[in-house]
Design a protein around this ligand. Structure first.
Ligand code: SF4
Length: 200
């Protein structure tokens, strides 16, 4: 099965699923171009952990700085597969593992997910996207509706207990005032914020 793994910079990316409960206004899934070494990140089906591990066996992890779970979908939609694949990676390498997530894993899986990531990933980057619940709805358009923003913040707060490196990100499609408000929110939560340029 193709499109599961792709290379970008010195990192090996895992495109675990195409499922996502959001429809972010800036989502690159609507673009025709792929990412990094892949020209297409649409999957034939959501891969099993066995299929993902088989894909890993074609690469040498010593060639990369990090393994990053990030593709055309939300990795926490495939929580069990994520954990199984990370356990496999841990069994063969001490490479850094990062999860890029929209932070809605608790709503997706109907349970607290941050504790389940302890020892599974080394770093998590959570899409903050907006400084308040109303603007978050406008930017990310989550299927969960109101409450998604607070759930994302709760997940981020809990991640600090279980994951060594926790960061927020925003894409600079929002106003400078909103980016500043996001920075203030991130500062209050004591979580670093990375401002990403659109398409970067
Ligand atoms: S959370 Fe990520 S994959 Fe989902 S719509 Fe937003 S940008 Fe796209």
């Amino acid at each position: 099965m193709t499109n599961i793994l792709y290379i970008y910079d010195n990192n090996l990316y895992v495109n675990l699923t195409n499922q996502c409960p959001c429809r972010c206004t800036f989502c690159i899934r609507s673009q025709k171009n792929g990412l990094g070494s892949s020209d297409n990140l649409w999957l034939e089906h959501t891969p099993t952990a066995h299929e993902v591990i088989a894909a890993f066996k074609k690469y040498s992890l010593s060639d990369f700085e990090q393994v990053i779970f990030c593709g055309y979908g939300e990795p926490l939609c495939a929580l069990d597969e994520l954990i199984s694949v990370c356990n496999y990676i841990r069994s063969i390498s001490d490479i850094k593992i990062r999860l890029n997530t929209n932070g809605l894993g608790d709503l997706i899986n109907c349970k607290p997910t941050a504790p389940l990531l302890k020892g599974v990933v080394d770093a998590v980057s959570i899409s903050l996207n907006a400084p308040d619940a109303a603007k978050y709805l406008q930017v990310t358009r989550p299927s969960f509706g109101a409450g998604a923003f607070e759930s994302m913040l709760k997940f981020a707060q809990e991640c600090k207990q279980y994951i060594p490196e926790v960061k927020f990100s925003v894409v600079d499609v929002i106003s400078k005032e909103d980016i500043l408000a996001c920075q203030n929110l991130a500062d209050r939560m004591d979580i670093p914020l990375r401002v990403r340029h659109f398409n970067s």
